[in-house]
Design a protein around this ligand. Structure first.
Ligand code: GLN
Length: 209
């Protein structure tokens, strides 16, 4: 098999959010990386990352850059995608506390609660076991993070985090999921210098490319 770097062209949606950080991690994970801002750029990639940032802003920009329908079409056709935080919100079938004008990509059969862990000041870090990631816990950074409130049948839960502020006692919240070639995390693996989640995604892309 040819090295991953020659096989997989992975796009990073470059409209808003932490595009640079994802780009650096994908390079480290051995992928050829392209910024995606236009339909023609989207057409050329074998996988796509939707970065962390602000999902309402990103969804508006997707519409104004004429990317919404082409992206939905490619996702329906099986384009592998990884969304972190705001990216997870965009991929979800439904968002519980989304803005009424927020567009959903509906590529992941989950219901998410946006800003579920609270506001910017409630950002936190935690060490998580993530299914499919070997070599010990993943240090996860949560910034105004969503959690997954409900998963559909084909969705695999990869990680949970304890929420000790939950009403009625501590609860476990779902913070990483996979459905086929769609991967999503509530947290930001692009910010911690640990490229194992990006490697997992690059492997997924090269398996289907
Ligand atoms: N760090 C993030 O990506 C925050 C996501 C933000 N809460 C949103 O709804 O888009």
């Amino acid at each position: 098999m040819a090295p991953v770097s020659q096989q997989s062209r992975i796009g990073v949606l470059a409209l808003q959010g932490d595009v640079r950080e994802h780009t650096a991690m994908l390079h480290r994970a051995g992928a050829a990386v392209r910024p995606v801002r236009r339909p023609a750029e989207l057409a050329e990639v074998d996988g796509l990352v939707l970065p962390g940032g602000e999902s309402t802003a990103m969804s508006r920009l997707l519409a104004s850059f004429d990317l919404l329908d082409p992206l939905r079409d490619r996702l329906r056709a099986g384009l592998p995608v990884f969304g972190s935080c705001a990216g997870m919100v965009l991929l979800a079938r439904q968002v519980l506390d989304g803005r009424p004008d927020q567009h959903q990509l509906d590529a992941l059969d989950v219901v998410v609660r946006r800003n579920a862990f609270g506001r910017q000041v409630d950002s936190f870090e935690a060490d998580l076991d993530v299914t499919g990631v070997e070599g010990g816990a993943v240090h996860a950074v949560f910034i105004r993070a969503p959690w997954v409130e409900k998963v559909g049948e084909g969705v695999e839960i990869l990680a949970r985090v304890g929420d000790d502020t939950a009403a009625g006692g501590a609860a476990d919240r779902i913070v990483a999921v996979r459905q086929g070639t769609v991967l999503a995390t509530s947290f930001h693996p692009e910010l911690t210098g640990d490229d194992r989640i990006h490697r997992l995604f690059v492997r997924t892309v090269s398996d289907v490319a």
